[in-house]
Ligand binder design. Structure first.
Ligand SMILES: [Fe+2]
Length: 344
């Protein structure tokens, strides 16, 4: 089945598009995505927040299938992220025209064929030259299970397993761009992981709306930057607006790492909304009337692993089980022969 994709071109009127670039600069400081929202759980011990996408990226060398040292690949996919709004909590002035943009709402209705749309989040992704985004599906949500209480990779496993669909909250995502960018195209697989990738060029004031929780996607490398010329991005590195359309990478100790012109970066703003069938379904979620728990999720997945003869006896709920779950259920469009054979 081909997943629906809505193109908005143009996305906003001219003034609102300019205002989003201003908003990005006003926000000022962006942390590394991998360092946001650490969650300490037994099942997540030793695993990265997006262990599924990270390991596949390291195994395959990403969209370019490059053979580079893991440290270099780590820099390439350590991009920057901040939330502009979470639910109705607007964290910067001027985000509401984006958060409640009617064309996003209309497109969201058509993506899942559901009438009641509830904006959930707006956030920015920023990437510097030489970076790319590992192929992944986004973090889905279930009643009672979201990224605040369940590891992100486990939510992804839940969706790919298909075992929790009755609890799933279908989400539509808009990805909007506010500059023209050479490279950094969005690669996506609307025909499924076994189909061909399509590519969308980043153009000013355009957006795509689709189900990114289901459709695999990634970002092609932005500019060619050799391994030895990559910036020294490490723990605590931030990307900050400097002045006059220029941006600066700062090390954790405040030292300046490198400066970029706005046009060298890749900037996108994502919007996500829950798509409910009706008000009753929305209220069931709001009032936590039928929630999953982490224990119930793991019980169900372990039972399924047992039925597939992947585990037996007592199963320890640790990081090793997490890796097994990822390998068992998440089938990437770009994967290596070794990872494919180990999971089949
Ligand atoms: Fe994504």
């Amino acid at each position: 089945m081909i997943a629906p994709v809505v193109v908005l071109d143009p996305c906003f009127d001219a003034a609102d598009a300019v205002a989003m670039v201003d908003l990005c600069e006003r926000f000022g400081r962006y942390r590394m995505y991998a360092e946001l929202e650490p969650l300490d759980t037994e099942i997540g011990q030793g695993l990265a927040p997006r262990h599924d996408a990270l390991m596949n990226f390291l195994r395959t060398g990403g969209l370019g299938r490059t053979q580079e040292p893991p440290a270099a690949l780590g820099v390439r996919t350590s991009y920057f992220r901040e939330e502009y709004a979470y639910g109705r909590d607007e964290r910067i002035d001027g985000i509401s025209p984006f958060l409640y943009h009617e064309p996003f709402v209309e497109a969201a209705r058509s993506i899942h064929g559901r009438a009641v749309i509830e904006p959930a989040i707006a956030y920015a992704n920023l990437m510097v030259p030489g970076q790319e985004l590992a192929v992944h599906t986004d973090v889905p949500e279930y009643r009672g299970a979201n990224r605040k209480v369940v590891p992100q990779w486990l939510l992804v496993v839940m969706h790919h397993s298909g075992l929790f669909d009755e609890y799933r909250m279908p989400i539509a995502t808009a990805i909007a761009w506010f500059h023209d960018c050479d490279g950094g195209e969005l690669a996506y697989w609307p025909d499924g992981a076994a189909g061909d990738a399509r590519r969308h060029r980043v153009r000013y004031n355009t957006a795509l709306v689709l189900d990114t929780d289901t459709v695999f996607h990634g970002v092609d490398r932005i500019a060619r930057v050799a391994v030895d010329a990559l910036p020294r991005i490490g723990p605590g590195t931030t990307l900050e607006y400097a002045t006059d359309r220029t941006w600066m990478l700062h090390a954790a100790d405040g030292a300046q790492i490198s400066r970029y012109a706005w046009d060298e970066l890749r900037f996108s703003v994502s919007w996500k909304a829950y798509c409910f069938r009706d008000a009753h379904e929305r209220d069931t979620w709001r009032e936590h009337r039928d929630d999953l728990t982490l224990d119930a999720i793991l019980d169900h997945l372990i039972d399924d692993l047992r039925s597939r003869d992947r585990v037996s006896g007592n199963v320890t709920r640790d990081g090793a089980l997490g890796q097994l779950l990822i390998d068992e259920y998440v089938r990437f469009p770009i994967s290596t022969a070794s990872s494919a054979s180990s999971t089949s």
